[in-house]
Design a protein around this ligand. Sequence first.
Ligand code: PD2
Ligand code: ZN
Length: 306
Amino acid sequence: MNVFTRPSAAKAVQGTAAQHTGTAAGGQQVTPELKQWLEDHLQAGTPPAQVIEGMVGVGWQTALAWGALAQAQAEFAAAQQAAQKAHSGNLPEPDIADGRSVLDIEGHRVKIATAMKHPRVVVFEGLLTLDECQALVDLSSPRLARSETVDNSNGGNEVNAARTSDGMFFGRGETPLIERIERRIALLLRWPVENGEGLQILRYRPGAEYLPHYDYFDPVHPGSKPILQRGGQRVGTLVMYLSAPLRGGATTFPHVGLEVGPVPGNAVFFSYDKPHPSTGTLHGGAPVLEGEKWVATKWMREGEFR
Ligand code: PD2
Ligand code: ZN
């Protein structure tokens, strides 16, 4: 990413330098705007040299720019560590701290294929049987409609070019199959069934995709308020793959370069302790190139979802 792709970015850096032009060395100060700008780039993984180039380009002295960046890096790392400590034990999380690679959920064996600490991402193998995958596809197909996203101004739904799949929601516990799957998920992630939203089914046809986004509701948007009243913030997402396209359709985590292939029965889980990009959970559904991709998503809330 170019450091100046955000319109406000150049301003954040420039304002600081202009304010202090002509002052003695060390007079260039880290304003709150610059601090935020640096944090955004640390979060986005912008190479340090590129950040420095941006600062020097608007008048920063090179040595001072490196000093400001080093300070921001230290603060960013400390904040991440503190946040992880404060919330550990308070998020959905599989019982794999001892390094085990298989979990037995009431006789159903789920393998741990991949686990990443930050962002917290775990890929499960065999969470659903192929019969369960097919049953979810069959049950949902007659009810599919073009997927919508939240309208940030009022909390309603709107069709959005960023999301070109078709989808539907099951009610929680709507059928015995769904009840069984929801119970398995609750035991796997040690998070109450009552805190889960109803299962969402998505179908992606060739060309359909879900552009990178965060699953939490940004509290600054007025539309988040009514949504947050129903069980608080989302804290975890489980995307279960029901059918695989022939090409394309991975679930991507652009901040960490991770791509999870859609293998039927497998699932990718990620959690986020606060509604902030520093969780590193930006993720998307890459375009399906050939065939169809079906997924079931379970979102988990902080409190009981009604
Ligand atoms: O289908 C996916 O891979 C995908 C990607 C990003 C699903 C979701 N987000 C979601 O359901 O939130
Ligand atoms: Zn998502």
